[in-house]
Design a protein around this ligand. Structure first.
Ligand code: PEP
Ligand code: MN
Length: 356
């Protein structure tokens, strides 16, 4: 349920509603907008009397939102949410933001070299994994805290905000000290303790979709971030599992382009596309980057390596810095064309033109 207060509702009327909800053992999320305050309920709404709340003084309306996620829904927050990372603004009608860098931080020199090249190519935020989620225990697992130190130092040297993955709840405090954005990877999308611990740091969360998850499950887990009072969410479609059975997949994952406009319709938070993990193939990164932006993505995550054959992880999907430059140039043009031609994303899609 979301409770919309009257534009002139007083603070004590707002507090009374909050108290009423809290006395039923529920939590609230309060959104104080320019004109009115909206109160969201966290927990089992059946515990509060809908009609009673509706009749309280200062209340304009009480709306039931049926889905498993409410706080991240457009029903609760109708307008696009923008997320600031350093002086980069992400989401809404902002131009695309590019997050780029190597899959893994391998050494200070490697990170500095690649960071400089991706910055020159036009990337806004530097990525690099220090705690890598790997299928095999025999693969490179990342440099851990040593890698985080390199990330922080390169970030300072080049004046570039950074993002890195947190793999475990135990590392949240440490990782948060070294980076601007915390990434929760596809393998941890269902890890509620990790999500909540990360959200509590107050840092922006780059929250990747699990490769075996439905969109409503994905948004239900994103809901946990807002439920911990953190509205700095950046979503990311990074590919789902390709058809199984007797099909031999030609790509590592299938970038689910449907998810991009579908998610924009459901939620006001920014959504990125990741054509690197979504394809697993360097030769497909450019076309799928174009497609993701054309589908309405607010930005891209692209893995880059200047010596991909030497990369300690994900070499086959790393593009060269020159290729990143081309990707950014083309994607900016695509975004501009869409923005100029009356974007279908923030208007038609948000208004809901789907079939029922
Ligand atoms: C990554 O971004 O390095 C990564 C491991 O991504 P994903 O969680 O999408 O596999
Ligand atoms: Mn990777």
């Amino acid at each position: 349920m979301s409770i919309v207060m009257k534009p002139k509702a007083t603070k004590s009327q707002v507090d009374e509603v909050i108290q009423k909800i809290k006395s039923a053992g529920l939590k609230v999320d309060v959104s104080s907008g320019e004109y009115q305050t909206v109160i969201g309920i966290i927990g089992d709404e059946k515990k509060v009397d809908f009609d009673q709340i509706k009749s309280m003084t200062g209340v304009n309306d009480a709306i039931r939102i049926q889905s498993a996620y409410r706080l991240v829904s457009r029903g609760y927050i109708p307008k696009d949410v923008k997320v600031k990372v350093g002086n980069v603004t992400i989401g809404g009608d902002e131009p695309p933001v590019y997050i780029s860098g190597p899959c893994s931080i391998e050494s200070y020199e490697q990170l500095f070299r690649i960071a400089k090249q991706v910055k020159d190519a036009g990337a806004h935020i530097l990525r690099g994994g220090a705690f890598k989620p790997r299928t095999s225990v025999h693969s490179f697992q990342g440099l851990g805290v040593e890698g985080l130190k390199y990330l922080k130092s390169v970030s300072k040297d080049l004046d570039m905000p950074t993002i890195t993955e947190i793999r475990s709840e135990m590392d949240v405090e440490t990782v948060a000290k070294y980076t601007d954005v915390l990434q929760i990877g596809a393998r941890n999308m269902f890890n509620q303790d990790l999500i909540e611990a990360a959200a509590k740091t107050g840092k922006p969360i780059f929250f990747k979709r699990g490769f075996g998850s439905q969109i409503d499950e994905y948004l239900s887990f994103a809901e946990r971030i807002v439920a911990k009072n953190n509205r700095k969410i950046i979503l990311c479609e990074r590919g789902i599992l390709p058809l199984g059975g007797s099909f031999k997949p030609t790509t590592r994952f299938t970038l689910d382009l449907n998810a991009i406009p579908a998610i924009r319709k459901e939620t006001p938070f920014p959504i990125f596309g990741d054509p690197s993990h979504g394809t697993g193939r360097r030769d497909l990164v450019l076309p799928m980057a174009r497609a993701a932006i054309a589908a309405g993505a607010h930005g891209l995550m692209v893995e880059v390596h200047d010596r991909p054959q030497e990369a300690l992880s994900d070499g086959p999907q790393a593009v060269l810095p020159e290729e990143l430059k081309r990707i950014i140039k083309i994607c900016d043009k695509i975004h501009k064309t869409i923005a100029e031609s009356d974007s279908p994303f923030s208007k038609d899609v948000a208004n809901g033109n789907g079939h029922s």
